[in-house]
Design a binder for this molecule. Structure first.
Ligand SMILES: NC(=O)c1ccc[n+]([C@@H]2O[C@H](COP(=O)([O-])OP(=O)(O)OC[C@H]3O[C@@H](n4cnc5c(N)ncnc54)[C@H](OP(=O)(O)O)[C@@H]3O)[C@@H](O)[C@H]2O)c1
Length: 262
């Protein structure tokens, strides 16, 4: 299937690793120009070395997505390099895990900037160009936690739900410009983030990391943890011409782990 993404200009925030990196790779395979962002030059260099076939279509920028000046500079640099943005993928690192008693004021503010405000700010920076073109796609990577709160992930549960509401509200407002906004909500996906969470659960429960992974898989109807490429495929579909009538919604890619019917 031709997704018609050739020469489209894509920004994927937080993309040196994991789901973000897999999305970058898939967009490049589809012929897009891609700007990759991360807060860490070494991680970006490692990532871009894995993309040597596409050097002329990848642009890397150091950007701490918690910092609005960095976001403004990153979008400007991406648009100076390739032209105005066609597709924005708002990703972020996972917010700090913890129950209410384990999270202080700074943790809450960091979670707010990292999960909600980063997406609001990137969106604000790319929207004028998308409105001018009368075309655009914005896709936020959220989490299964928006459908079913995850124990110990209070910041994720809270701010991703806020981002879900933001996406729906904004889509009602700007769909008339032929801009679609959607959320992709991953379930358990094998990335470094999941390794970290498994390690924390292993420490607190006295179990091994392998046992924690087996437990996670056993609770998933498909009986396996997802691959980052499986989340990236949904992101790319939503960015494509074929995905053009999907709008203002949240799509779970979770192996069926959420038990509710909606
Ligand atoms: N994996 C799962 O099972 C799962 C399930 C549900 C939801 N999610 C959510 O999906 C998102 C992606 O997950 P993942 O597993 O792919 O995470 P990951 O493997 O930990 O990758 C996170 C990415 O975010 C970047 N990043 C972190 N802080 C940043 C900052 N301040 N500025 C810019 N970039 C930053 C990291 O790069 P640098 O360190 O180089 O900056 C890295 O490229 C997360 O929000 C996660 O909570 C994941």
């Amino acid at each position: 299937m031709n997704f018609n993404l050739k020469n489209k200009n894509v920004i994927v925030s937080a993309s040196s690793k994991g789901i973000g990196f897999s999305a970058v790779k898939l967009f490049l395979e589809e012929g897009a120009n891609v700007t990759m962002l991360s807060s860490n030059r070494k991680n970006l260099d490692i990532a871009v070395n894995k993309l040597s076939n596409y050097q002329d279509r990848v642009h890397t920028i150091i950007c701490d997505i918690n910092n609005y000046d960095d976001i403004k500079k990153a979008v400007k640099s991406a648009e100076d390099k390739f032209g105005s943005t066609d597709v924005l993928v708002n990703n972020c690192g996972g917010p700090k895990p913890g129950y209410f008693d384990q999270l202080n004021e700074d943790d809450w503010l960091n979670g707010y900037y990292q999960v909600l405000m980063s997406a609001v700010r990137f969106t604000r920076e790319v929207l004028p160009g998308m409105k001018k073109k009368n075309n655009g796609r914005i896709i936020n990577v959220t989490s299964l936690s928006v459908k079913q709160p995850v124990d110990n992930l209070l910041l994720s549960n809270t701010f991703r739900s806020a981002l879900t509401a933001f996406t729906k509200s904004l889509s009602n407002d700007i769909s008339k410009y032929n801009i679609t906004l959607n959320n992709v909500a991953p379930g358990y996906t094998h990335t470094e983030r999941l390794d970290e969470l498994a390690e924390i659960r292993a420490e607190s429960s006295g179990k091994s990391k392998d046992e924690i992974f087996s437990e996670m898989a056993s609770g998933i109807p498909l009986k396996r943890i997802g691959a980052p490429e499986e989340i990236a495929s949904m992101i790319v579909f939503l960015a494509s011409e074929q995905g053009g009538y999907v709008n203002g919604t949240t799509i779970q890619v979770d192996g069926g782990v959420i038990k509710s019917t909606y």
